[in-house]
Design a protein around this ligand. Structure first.
Ligand SMILES: *[C@@H]1O[C@H](CO)[C@@H](O)[C@H](O)[C@H]1NC(C)=O
Length: 281
């Protein structure tokens, strides 16, 4: 279908006035919060590394906070024997009733798969875990992990493939994070009491330091109203297209290894309401 040029031009102008896309610099956008020299910024701010040794892990936090947006980061996870390590990458507000949107990468023995753990907290309450294996080795190359957060839904993406969609279920009494601005956090730490095969496999400190790398930080947010006529491939477009829905089903069928929504043992008094309505899944 041909789109009249004037219309195209018009929509480009609308988009550019509403969307702010920002390709980041680690010096300008983040503060190292712990781990001293275990966290390093290189290449004029384009690359960051976190490491973990027997004494300490390390972490960083964004200087700015965000209320809705699309946030992309490329990560290259701890290679080799990463058992017992956890690389957490998440958005969070502060305080006892904080909201949080989580990616956590649970390391493993060389050649065994990482687990990608996801969760959404609203008003201090989580308990909405889904876990996945990946369809590639996340330690060989950088891959893009994204969170698309609007007032209507949260989409977790890996290399632009949606792995999870958490919809706003306020209409059925499920609180949704939409009032508290969040900062971006990441940390690399030792969780060998639970991370790998439930804590059975411990970190091998002869292989320390363990190191994860970050680059390609990018944020798209809105100035003014995000809900006006912007259509097309922008982060705030409401629904996944048919291709993305197929990809989501492919991931959920082949790579999902835990879903709170099917864990009847855990919710003997009944599954959470969003799990019973397919349009919220
Ligand atoms: C580690 O590998 C084992 C064996 O393949 C697997 O059962 C487990 O889910 C993997 N991931 C973690 C984090 O334990």
């Amino acid at each position: 279908m041909a789109i009249p040029f004037k219309l195209l031009l018009g929509s480009l102008i609308v988009m550019s006035s509403l969307m702010v896309s920002y390709g980041g610099n680690f010096y300008q956008d983040f503060d190292i919060t712990w781990g001293d020299q275990r966290a390093k910024i290189f290449s004029g701010g384009q690359l960051l590394s976190l490491s973990l040794d027997k004494t300490s892990g390390s972490g960083f936090i964004s200087k700015k906070e965000y209320l809705f947006g699309r946030i992309d980061m490329q990560l290259k996870l701890v290679a080799g024997n990463s058992a017992g390590t956890v690389t957490a990458y998440y958005l969070s507000s502060q305080g006892p009733t904080h909201d949080e949107i989580d990616f956590e990468f649970l390391g493993n023995l060389s050649g065994d798969p990482y687990i990608v753990h996801t969760n959404v907290f609203t008003q201090g309450k989580g308990n909405r875990e889904q876990q996945f294996y990946l369809w590639f080795d996340p330690t060989r190359n950088f891959h893009t992990y994204s969170i698309v957060w609007t007032s209507q839904q949260i989409i977790f993406l890996v290399d632009n493939t949606p792995i999870r969609v958490f919809k706003n279920g306020e209409s059925i009494g499920v609180p949704f994070p939409k009032n508290q601005p969040m900062k971006i956090y990441s940390s690399l730490w030792n969780a060998d009491d639970w991370a790998t095969r439930g804590g059975l496999v411990k970190a091998d400190w002869t292989k320390a330091p363990f190191t994860a790398y970050y680059r390609g930080f990018n944020v798209q947010t809105c100035t003014g109203s995000c809900t006006s006529s912007v259509s097309g491939r922008t982060w705030q477009s409401q629904e996944l297209d048919a291709y993305s829905r197929r990809r989501l089903r492919w991931v959920q069928k082949n790579f999902m290894i835990y879903n709170y929504c099917t864990d009847l043992k855990r919710f003997p008094q009944g599954l959470p309401p969003e799990c019973k309505r397919s349009r919220f899944l």
